[in-house]
Design a protein around this ligand. Sequence first.
Ligand SMILES: [Ca+2]
Ligand SMILES: [Ca+2]
Length: 194
Amino acid sequence: MKVLKSNWNFAAVVGLLSVAAADARPWRVEQLPNGSKFSCSNCHHSPYGGPRNAFGLAVEKEVTRGSRAPFWSIALAAKDSDGDGASNGEELGDKDGDGKPTDGAEVTNPGSSKSKPSKPVEPIVPELVVENPKFPFSLRFKTVEGQVYEVQSTLDFRSWTTLAKIKGTGSEKVFADRRKALFPRQYYRVKLKE
Ligand SMILES: [Ca+2]
Ligand SMILES: [Ca+2]
């Protein structure tokens, strides 16, 4: 009798699962490039299904109710359904929409504007301007917020000494070399720290 009872419990759980899955149509997730990352949240506001988000509504236009036919297309990839500036294809790591995701591509949610690709920060090599050529020698350069710069000096272009680390703020920074001027000539450079 005990065995029979546990079988019943099992059947009840399976029944509940299939109801939830029917709502969110898991085969649609499988047809999206990298669809498994956000699963049902690609198309629905909730990870359990329910009302569709902007991308879900765009997908709904492409599919027939209950159909399992592939729907991912170049046209759907080119749209920016959630309006976050990144196309659906860019968000799902398949920019050209050919159904083959790009290896190592960043995957974000095409149905949520809060999830979008992080734009790579372009490293900007700063241009150095001499502020004071006499003692104390100083130079200035424009910085980018979030980047770290090292001011270095050398006598021979072989060994460089780090004189200062400067955190970028988005505005110009001034570096002054207040060391005693022991050498007739010094060379300076500013290195962008990785
Ligand atoms: Ca988008
Ligand atoms: Ca998005």
